[in-house]
Design a protein around this ligand. Structure first.
Ligand code: SAM
Ligand code: SF4
Length: 498
C-alpha cells in the first residue's frame, strides 16, 4: 500500500503519547541522565590505585552493578598490567554467569521504509539511493523458512524502520507468521522458537499486543545519551528527535509486561566515555523502576551505509577503544547479556569473544528479503548499513567451538517463564547456568545433527563429549533425566528442554 506524504505525517504526529513519556520522569522536569554529575566524573583525575581496581573487580565478580563513580574510576585505568586484569575479570564474569555459551541469532529485516531521517542510517527517509520495500506475509514466511530450514537458526530479531507500513498490526502478524513456520530438516524440524524485536519506541498498549504474540526481548537503542548530539543527528520534527520518548521506551515495555529488555548506544556518535556513564545511569533507573536491569546490552558501532556521508565524516571509535567499551560495560553490568553483531569484522569478534560476549549473530543479512533470494545478499541499496562479518553460521559455530564455546540455541528460559526478575536472580546466583548448560548441550546436538558440515560436526562432537562429562560430574542429580533427554535428541526427537 503506497502511503501519501500527508497520511504519513498524520500517522507520525500521533506516534508519541506524551503522557506515556512524562509519567516516568520527574514532575519538576529533567530526566534520570545526570549530565552535570557525568561531566564532573569525566574531569581529569588520578587513576585509581591497584588495590582499589581489584576491589572494584571483586565487586563486579560478585555480580553487583557498579555505581557511576566506580565505573568512572575504572575508565581512568591506564596501567597495561591492570588493564589485563580487567580483561581477565570481564572474561571470568562471563564464565561465572553464562559459562562457555554463546547464543546465536539472525536479524530479519521486515521493511526499509522509515519516516525518520537519522543522519547515520542508510534507511533514513531522505536517502534516495535505497530501495524501499516491505515484506508481505508470504515473504516473511520465505525468509523464516530460509533461516530456520537452511541455516538452522532458532532465534530471530525482527528489525524495521518506523513507518505506517510496518506498524503494530504488521509486526504482530509477522511475529505470528514466523512462529508458525515448520521446515523439515536432515533429521528433525526447523523452527524459530524466539522472536525478539528491535523497533521504534512504542506505547504500552502496543507493547502489550506484541507481548501476547510471544515477543522475546524488546530492544531500543538510545543511540546517544548526549542531548546535543542527539538533536544534531535526529532532525527536528521527526519522531526520533524526541529524546524523552525514546528514553522511556523500557519503562513502557516493563509496564506492558515485557521484562526482557535490551538497550544500547550507537558508538561513534558521541564521546564513548560519556555514553557509557549515561548508559549506566539508564541501567540504574531500570533496576529502580523495573526491579531488574537490562537483559542485554548491545554495542552497535557506526558502519558505512550507501549514500550516507555522515558516517565517513564522523571520527567514530577505534578498535582499542571499542574493546575498552565492551570490557568496561561487562564489568559495570555483570549480569547483562553482551551482544556483538556482525557489524564487526571476524577479527574484532574473535578479539572480543573472550572478554565477556554472550550473543553473536551469524549468517546475517540486513538486506530486505535477502535470505530467501540469496544471490544479492550484500547489495548496498537494500541495506541499512554494510556488514563486517558475512561468514555463514557453520563457519562461525566451528570457530566458536574451536575457542571452547558451545553455541546455544536454547530458548527454554523464556518458554518456562525464566525471564525478567526471575532470570536476573538466577543469573546473579549462577543457577541459571545449570539449566542453560543442559539446554545448550541438547540444542547444540540438534543443530549438529540437522545442519552442520562434517568438519564442524567433528569439532562439535569433541566439545560435546567434554560438556557431557562435565554435566555427569558436576550435576549428578540432573544427569539421569538429562541423559535420557539427550538420547531422545540423538534418536531424532526435537525441542526437549529443562
Ligand atoms: N528503526 C528503529 C530505530 O531506529 O529504533 C529500529 C531499528 S534500527 C533499524 C536498528 C539500529 O541500527 C539503530 O537503533 C541504530 O543503532 C543502528 N544503526 C543505524 N544506522 C547504523 C549504521 N550506519 N551503522 C551501524 N548501526 C546503525
Ligand atoms: Fe529509521 Fe531507525 Fe534508520 Fe533512524 S535508525 S532512519 S529510525 S530505520
Amino acid at each position: 500500500m503506497k502511503m501519501t506524504t500527508v497520511s504519513q505525517e498524520t500517522w507520525a504526529s500521533g506516534r508519541i503519547v506524551t503522557a506515556e513519556a512524562e509519567r516516568y520522569l520527574p514532575a519538576a522536569g529533567g530526566d534520570f541522565i545526570p549530565d552535570a554529575e557525568i561531566a564532573e566524573l569525566l574531569k581529569p583525575a588520578r587513576a585509581p590505585e591497584a588495590a582499589r581496581v581489584r576491589e572494584l573487580l571483586a565487586k563486579a565478580l560478585a555480580v553487583e552493578t557498579l555505581s557511576l563513580e566506580e565505573l568512572a574510576e575504572l575508565m581512568r585505568v591506564r596501567d597495561p598490567g591492570l588493564w589485563e586484569e580487567m580483561k581477565a575479570a570481564a572474561g571470568a564474569i562471563k564464565r561465572k554467569v553464562y559459562d562457555n555459551r554463546v547464543v546465536t541469532f539472525a536479524p530479519l529485516y521486515l521493511g526499509s521504509r522509515c519516516v525518520n531521517d537519522c543522519l547515520y542510517c542508510g534507511l533514513r527517509r531522505s536517502n534516495a539511493a535505497v530501495e524501499r520495500r516491505v515484506l508481505n506475509l508470504d515473504e516473511v514466511r520465505a525468509e523464516t523458512e530460509a533461516l530456520a530450514g537452511q541455516l538452522g537458526h532458532k532465534r530471530l530479531i525482527v528489525v524495521c524502520g518506523e513507518h505506517p507500513s510496518t506498524g503494530l498490526d504488521f509486526l504482530a502478524e509477522s511475529i505470528r507468521e514466523i512462529y508458525a513456520v515448520r521446515v523439515p530438516t536432515r533429521r528433525g524440524i526447523g523452527q524459530i522458537r524466539r522472536v525478539n524485536v528491535n523497533a521504534a519506541p512504542m506505547s504500552v498498549g502496543e507493547l502489550e499486543v506484541l507481548r501476547e504474540c510471544g515477543l522475546g526481548t524488546f530492544q531500543v537503542f538510545q543511540e546517544t545519551y548526549d542531548r546535543r548530539v542527539f538533536a544534531q543527528v535526529h532532525p527536528a520534527g521527526t519522531i526520533k528527535s524526541d529524546f524523552r520518548w525514546r528514553l522511556t521506551a523500557m519503562h513502557r515495555a516493563q509496564d506492558a509486561g515485557i521484562d526482557d529488555n535490551g538497550i544500547g548506544v550507537l558508538y561513534g556518535l558521541g564521546d564513548w566515555r560519556f555514553e557509557l556513564l549515561a548508559q549506566q545511569a539508564h541501567v540504574h533507573e531500570m533496576e529502580r523502576f523495573c526491579g531488574i536491569g537490562p537483559h542485554t546490552l548491545s554495542f552497535p558501532r557506526l558502519e558505512p551505509a550507501v549514500n550516507t556521508p555522515f558516517v565517513e565524516q564522523t571520527r567514530g571509535v577505534s578498535d582499542d577503544d571499542f574493546e575498552r567499551i565492551v570490557v568496561l560495560a561487562r564489568l559495570a553490568v555483570p549480569y547483562a547479556g553482551v551482544i556483538i553483531t556482525a557489524r564487526e569484522s571476524p577479527a574484532m569478534r574473535r578479539r572480543l569473544l573472550p572478554l565477556g560476549v554472550t550473543q553473536m549473530d551469524a549468517a546475517s543479512n540486513v538486506g530486505i528479503g535477502a535470505y530467501a533470494d540469496g544471490q544479492e545478499k550484500q547489495k548496498g541499496e537494500r541495506q541499512q548499513f554494510l556488514l563486517g562479518d558475512s561468514r555463514g553460521l557453520d563457519e562461525c559455530i566451528r570457530e566458536w567451538a574451536e575457542a571452547g564455546c558451545i553455541t546455544s540455541f536454547c530458548t527454554a528460559g523464556y518458554r518456562c517463564g525464566r525471564t525478567g526478575k526471575c532470570i536476573m536472580d538466577l543469573l546473579r546466583s549462577g543457577t541459571e547456568g545449570k539449566f542453560c548448560k543442559l539446554n545448550a548441550v541438547l540444542t547444540f546436538r540438534e543443530w549438529l545433527d540437522d545442519f552442520a558440515t562434517e568438519e564442524t560436526r567433528e569439532i562439535g562432537f569433541a566439545l560435546l563429549d567434554r560438556e557431557l562429562e562435565e554435566i555427569r560430574v558436576q550435576q549428578p542429580g540432573a544427569w539421569p533425566a538429562f541423559e535420557r533427554a539427550y538420547q531422545r535428541i540423538v534418536a531424532g526427537e526435537r525441542d526437549l528442554y529443562f
